[in-house]
Structures are given as C-alpha cells and as structure tokens.
Design a protein around this ligand. Structure first.
Ligand code: SF4
Length: 64
C-alpha cells in the first residue's frame, strides 16, 4: 500500500512529511504553497502515521 493525498483537503501542514519514518514524501511547491508530494511510494511501510497525523484527514493508504 501507499499514501494518496487529497489536494482539495491538503493545506500544506506537512505533518505527513515530518512523521513518515520511511521518507516517502518530499515537500515541494504546489498550488502556491509547500505541500507534501508522494515521491517514494514503494518505500511505504504502512505504519499509518501520516493518515493519523494529518490535521485535514487528507491522506489514505491505497492498494498497489
Ligand atoms: S503509512 Fe507510514 S511509511 Fe507509509 S507514507 Fe505514511 S507515514 Fe510513511
């Protein structure tokens, strides 16, 4: 599984980027704010920390 971010909900808090133990996200300019981008989905260890930490409930893990 790997995370998918709903950019309609994402406000660029970057909590997923900060909590991820596997370095799955990068912080990049998007929609004129810095937002997390999933750049290494294969490295996801399915710990759910990004899902739990997101203040906007904007992340879900999906099947490969
Ligand atoms: S589930 Fe865990 S390892 Fe996977 S992207 Fe989220 S924080 Fe990173």
């Amino acid at each position: 599984m790997y995370p998918v971010i709903d950019y309609e909900k994402c406000t660029g808090a970057l909590t997923c980027y900060e909590v991820c133990p596997a370095d799955v996200f990068e912080a990049k300019e998007k929609d004129r704010v810095k937002k997390a981008i999933v750049t290494r989905p294969d490295d996801c260890v399915e710990c759910d920390q990004c899902v739990d930490a997101c203040p906007e409930d904007a992340i879900e893990l999906v099947e490969d």
